[in-house]
Ligand binder design. Structure first.
Ligand code: ADP
Ligand code: MG
Length: 384
């Protein structure tokens, strides 16, 4: 299945950074993204601004590529099961269709014996009432299909909040116990067709309003817990039969008898926002790992460089705070932050609050210091 003509469904920042890694291996990259101003469209040669369910555009893409991957699990999976196309999809159609639907994903995780929050599927808003009563308040209702960055989620503290729910959402609702989190972790598994698999170091993630804010490496958790996260992630990737990358998002919660326990939040069969930090902090980045799998180049275990690292997301709010509508940012504040080793602006032309527009990476002597400097840098950018 190895080839060097690679298609990417999605030309967002993940698709763009993957394309960069593929180009290092001399692959020919083509992206398909409905947005004519996607980050990839602005910077790469072979980009097509067509819908993901445009059968003609898909036929052209699959016709000219040896393998096709995706930078979002929200691409419609139906058309991709077509014989001749399904064989070229990496990760597979089975992996995509399982992980793009929260209800299917949770059923799979339960069958694999992964620890989960209490949950119930509910076809529509009326059914959420009974589901929430079973799960217990406080809980969260999530759209089964199409959600990302906290979109399609409703916090329910009591029955009174049910009134805010839309009648129906794509794929129905999944109602989930709202856990008290000590922290959040993610673990990215890279798995070759032979079944050989490895993991990246475990990341510690902080979210604000359900959107990733910062990622810290090494995660400030007990080494035994990080090891448990890696073992669990490998087990899940194997049970799902993933070829490519699988990111496992994890909650760290209080254990009933004291101590802490891991709960699996969700899966992403692709590169992940928390893995951006690997472009600087590891000997192999998440994008390089997927590029190698796609091009049939052997994987090497990513080793962590010394010190503490932090990735900070730059959301549209920062542009708006600078009185900008999109594009570039005033980076004069960087002068006072030599520990910021990279700033990546995705070139999105329309700044909206909570929209991911860029990110940066800090290297410091410890994880605590890296996080502190990242917060200070972003604050300074806001004031520029
Ligand atoms: P998305 O697809 O938008 O990433 P997630 O289900 O991962 O959706 O939710 C985003 C964030 O919202 C999580 O990383 C976490 O911070 C918070 N969250 C989601 N579900 C729960 C839950 N059951 N209990 C507590 N916090 C949650
Ligand atoms: Mg998530």
């Amino acid at each position: 299945m190895n080839g060097t003509r690679i298609g990417i469904l999605g030309g967002g920042q993940l698709g763009l950074m993957l394309a960069e890694s593929l180009l290092h291996l001399s692959a020919e990259v083509t992206t398909l993204d409905p947005d004519p101003e996607s980050p990839a469209a602005a910077r790469l040669a072979n980009t097509h601004a067509k819908a993901w369910n445009d059968l003609e555009a898909l036929a052209e893409l699959f016709g000219k590529c040896d393998q096709v991957t995706f930078d979002s699990e929200n691409v419609p999976s139906g058309p991709l099961s077509k014989p001749g196309w399904a064989e070229k999809l990496v990760p597979s159609h089975h992996v995509l269709s399982t992980t793009q639907d929260r209800a299917k994903e949770k059923s799979f995780l339960a069958s694999a014996g992964a620890p989960l929050a209490r949950w119930q599927a509910a076809a529509d808003a009326t059914a959420v009432k009974a589901a929430a009563a079973k799960v217990g308040y406080p809980c969260i209702a999530k759209s089964a299909l199409g959600g990302y960055d906290g979109k399609g989620q409703w916090r329910l503290s009591s029955e009174a909040d049910l009134a805010a729910l839309p009648g129906t959402v794509p794929g129905g609702f999944v109602v989930e116990e709202r856990l008290t989190l000590r922290t959040e972790l993610s673990c990215i598994v890279a798995r070759e067709e032979s079944g050989h698999a490895l993991t990246f170091p475990v990341f510690e993630n902080h979210h604000v309003d359900h959107v990733l804010d910062t990622t810290v490496v090494p995660a400030r958790v007990a080494p035994a817990l990080a090891e448990q996260a890696r073992t669990l992630a490998l087990r899940i990737a194997e049970a799902l039969g993933v070829v490519g990358l699988l990111t496992v998002e994890l909650f760290v919660c209080d254990a009933p008898g004291g101590g802490e326990r891991l709960v699996v939040n969700e899966l992403a069969p692709r590169t992940h926002n928390s893995g951006h930090v690997t472009r600087q902090c590891c000997t192999v980045s998440q994008f390089d790992a997927l590029a190698r799998i796609l091009c049939g180049v052997p994987l090497a275990s990513p080793r962590l460089h010394g010190g503490g690292w932090c990735m900070g997301n730059l959301l549209g709010d920062v542009w708006l705070a600078q009185g900008r509508t999109g594009g570039a940012l005033d980076l004069s504040a960087w002068a006072k932050f030599p520990e910021v080793v990279d700033v990546f602006l995705y070139g999105k032309t329309e700044a909206r609050p909570k929209r991911k527009m860029g990110h940066f990476v800090v290297r410091a002597s410890s994880a605590d210091e890296a996080l502190e400097r990242a917060r200070a840098f972003r604050q300074a950018l806001r004031g520029a």
